[in-house]
Unconditional design. Sequence first.
Length: 387
Amino acid sequence: MNDSDVRILHLFANYKWTGPADPAIRAAARLRGLGLDVVFAQGAFVHRGGEHRVAEELWRWQLPVVSGLELRKHFHLPSLLRDVVCLRRLIARDRVSILHCHQPADHLLAALAVRALPRPPCIVRSLYEPATPARGLRARASFRRTAAVLAPTRVAQHGVVAAFGLPSQRVLLQEPVTEPRELIGPNARASWGLLAQHRVVGITARIQPHRRFDLLWQTVRLVVDQMPSARFVLLGRGNPEDTKALVTDPIARLGVGAHVVLPGYQKGADYEAALRALDAFLFLVPGSDGTCRAVCDAMAFGLPVVATRAGILPELLTSPRSGESPGQAVEDRAEVLAAALLRYLTDDAMRARDGAAALRRARLDLDPRLAALRTRDLYFDLLGAPS
């Protein structure tokens, strides 16, 4: 069997640029780059006035797409039944060998579509949350017909085996990945008005109530009280109401405005220039992306990270290969976070040591090409073909 004999269809039930969208598209693109016949199902459903960011990114990555599926994120029985019929036609027409699912809704769709097919494709599911999926009726129906799972943490890996009865050799640990980055390049410090004596901490987070901005500004106040040359850069955006309530009003109330830079949401080359300007990175709680891609990206620039112990963060900040720590996962209390940041901002040797460990973690453990090779080998193993 040749690579071109295996058609892989990736499903993603959401049109929004939600947390797992980026790693799902990048994974498909990397697999296609290895010579596999990978296509991506571009969902047709968009809320009125919505922006189909997934479609835009699929075009940007030049991934071939198939149409006809609605791929709603939320359960909608008529839509699901239409998609089941359509997906069965696609499987037969394109001789699909693997259905790779990325969201609960498309996972359920795949499980229903392969029922009663004479030669059903294998279902592979990528998980993006550090915990095991809840063992509800739909999840049980989905995992019952699933051949293999890629889990981002050991907790999720072992939990899937225990909760859904999959063979342990079919539930693989697949840590988050981050693209290799150029460490030397444009730097945003001058555009932010920062000087050589400033020590700069960055945080990437959408401005939303659950992202613990109260904890952020308490931490900022404690740090700048002890180190007035410290600066904090918030890379993120939100609606006007949340921005006022969670950012501008607390900054004014605590009197830390002179120590905070608010460049807003950055992407592409501007985001890379922003990360090159930092000395350390702070991350409080995961948002819609349970794999905390922002932390992985920061490590790719050699930044030591201070984070809470929420979700995947403790695992991200320890290398399973070397045992090195690219950062500190600490209690979610302002005084503890501030103390951890001050250690990096005042100790150049410690900052350099953990920054180097962060870079090694990103390049050796979170390598997207190695992840794609492992996924390709899993595909061929499921199909009984040599890899």
